[in-house]
Design a binder for this molecule. Structure first.
Ligand code: GAP
Length: 571
């Protein structure tokens, strides 16, 4: 198989060729950070969203006690009152540091630029605790180019050569601060071995551009929310924002949902929808886009149970990706270290995937405590508390007048005071599993992509490209062909196709050699191809070919829909 850069290029080419993903408004040169999903792509995305919705809202999983958890759905507006973004902190803090190249005007996120440095290999202690006090790095005027993170191998080789040619010794005053948490490589220079580390640190004015080597500006902060105006007047009073996450629509509706659905803690509200971020540097295909879709859950629970629910959701969400085909060791679950946590988060983990361009986040699961509801309560003045009726009914007898010397007034006052606060009235804590539909689709395409050989019509092996997508997510479940366009085969195949179409996404094709038709469906990820052939007229059977094993089985044409449904599993 190709190296990782080639692999990504092949996946992108397949996605374009077969109508999964197109650059948005391509006829006008496209628009950076925006993508359109073609006929196959839209089916893939819809299947991902439907699978998520069915597994989360329609048939929620069983919680730690073995009972199905309580989940409801929501579809809130993309544009909301700007006060939402004031309360959530997005207006003040949803910013990324931006740097520009003074020469080629490329724009980068400063926190995505790596500083390469070299260490002689003998200086790396076996314990890995403390580095030698000497770090080799290039100083002015031969300052090393910065690298955009997740660099490809060829760019790294240039950096390594340059680093070796221009190194200067520099004493690090605080050796215990080993500056290594980026990518690390061992490099050979004649008889000497070096360790090449790539580290994130503050980009300084004059650092060199990864594109052209000219000087970069210093970093400045840039808010990622897209701004627009609601109504005819374009003044500050009419300023609104496209939501950068669906989550805040859930928090803003917490009271409405609680009051109308008679829910008891713990319960979750789920939402799928578009989100927009004016990313400084959209890249890695659809991975970092400016318009994308999120699948978010806000799971509200008692503060005492938040830690347990956090672990439960983290593991459940990881397993969901495994169940849908991300079975290789490219998928991993990574707990955030304490210094990575947002100030309001008690815990956070990322479901990550090793894309051909690097390991990156598919979904984050966070214990957000009561941060969001509290912030909305403070900003809106609306009550975001929950009253635990069960706990109160349990304890209410303690507040009977006989415990207050028969003084009804005193008993009522004590009861009212108790009911106003914990453990009866409190702001719920929140566990938030937040995933991206586009990133899930991209990871699934990467995982599913494979190249092997399939026999042509003469039985000779030919290279084939196949998408081994999970049947539940495959855009087309069954393709139906007549072997040839005569002897009544097209009519019979059409009838089979129409029966399939009532139950699943199906495709009919009668053009070209059957081997080529199989190969087209392999590339589209279609798990089964059904062929009507000469034997069909004799015994009423059709052949069903399995995409992955390429084995063919004869199945009665009357029962083929049931046969397929059985193998496709529950939708
Ligand atoms: N409410 C929490 C939240 O929005 P996030 O980590 O910023 O957290 C959640 O985003 C998920 O949304 C990510 O794990 C990713 O799958 C998706 N996502 C975020 N930014 C994206 C972008 N620019 N392009 C595509 N997907 C993105």
């Amino acid at each position: 198989m190709a190296n990782e850069t080639d692999l990504m290029e092949r996946i992108v080419a397949l996605a374009k060729r077969r109508g999964f993903i197109f650059p948005s408004s391509e006829i006008y040169g496209g628009l950076n950070g925006f993508w359109d999903y073609g006929p196959l792509g839209v089916e893939l995305k819809r299947n991902i969203k439907q699978a998520w919705w069915d597994d989360i809202v329609r048939r929620p999983p069983e919680g730690p006690d073995g009972e199905p958890i309580e989940m409801v759905g929501l579809d809130s507006a993309i544009i909301m009152n700007p006060k939402v973004w004031e309360a959530s902190g997005h207006l003040a803090g949803f910013k990324d540091p931006l740097v520009d190249c003074k020469e080629c005007h490329s724009r980068f996120r400063a926190d995505h630029l790596l500083r390469p440095f070299l260490l002689p290999l003998h200086s790396i202690p076996s314990s890995g605790q403390i580095f030698d006090t000497v770090q080799f790095r290039a100083g002015d005027p031969a300052r090393l180019d910065r690298l955009v993170d997740q660099p490809d191998a060829s760019k790294l080789q240039v950096i390594v050569r340059e680093a070796l040619n221009s190194r200067k010794a520099k004493v690090i005053e605080h050796p215990q601060a080993a500056p290594v948490h980026g990518v690390q490589y061992f490099v050979q220079d004649g008889n000497s071995s070096y360790f090449l580390g790539l580290d994130y640190d503050d980009v300084k004015l004059g650092d060199r551009c990864p594109n052209c080597g000219a000087q970069l500006t210093g970093a400045r902060q840039f808010n990622l929310m897209f701004k627009s105006h609601a109504g005819a007047m374009e003044d500050s009073a009419s300023e609104v924002y496209l939501r950068p996450e669906t989550a805040q629509g859930i928090f803003a509706n917490f009271r409405n949902v609680l009051d109308t659905q008679r829910l008891k803690l713990p319960f979750g509200i789920a939402q799928i929808g578009k989100a927009f971020r004016n990313e400084i540097n959209p890249r890695n295909y659809t991975f970092r886009s400016r318009e994308f879709e999120q699948m978010e859950i806000e799971f509200f629970c008692h503060p005492d149970q938040a830690a347990e629910w956090y672990e439960w959701w983290r593991d459940a969400r990881f397993q969901w990706y495994v169940r849908h085909g991300l079975t290789s060791d490219r998928l991993r679950l990574r707990d955030h270290t304490a210094d990575e946590l947002a100030h309001y988060a008690a815990a956070c983990a990322d479901v990550e995937y090793a894309f051909p361009f690097g390991i990156s986040e598919l979904e984050g699961v966070a214990n957000r405590t009561d941060f969001d509801l509290k912030a909305h309560q403070e900003t809106s003045g609306r009550d975001m508390t929950y009253f635990d009726e069960e706990a109160w009914q349990r304890d209410a007898p303690q507040y009977k007048p006989e415990h207050y010397g028969g003084d009804k007034k005193a008993a009522k006052q004590a009861a009212d005071e108790a009911k106003a606060g914990p453990p009866y009235r409190f702001i719920p804590h929140v566990i938030e599993p937040s995933g991206g539909v586009d990133r899930a689709a991209l990871a699934l395409l990467c995982e599913a992509y494979d190249e092997d050989e399939a026999p042509d019509e003469h039985g000779n092996p030919q290279p084939r490209t196949v998408l081994r997508l999970h049947p539940r997510l495959a855009p087309v479940k069954a393709a139906v062909f007549p072997l040839v366009k005569k002897d009544g085969m097209p009519e019979k195949a059409r009838a089979v196709y129409e029966a399939c179409r009532d139950e699943m996404t199906a495709f009919y094709d009668e053009k070209g050699a059957v081997g080529r038709r199989y190969r087209r469906q392999d590339e589209a990820g279609t798990p089964f191809c059904v062929t009507v052939d000469g034997q069909t007229a004799e015994d009423g059977t059709v052949t069903v070919r399995d995409r992955d094993s390429m084995r063919q089985e004869r199945v009665p044409s009357e029962g083929v829909v049931a046969w397929l449904k059985d193998r496709l599993g529950r939708g």
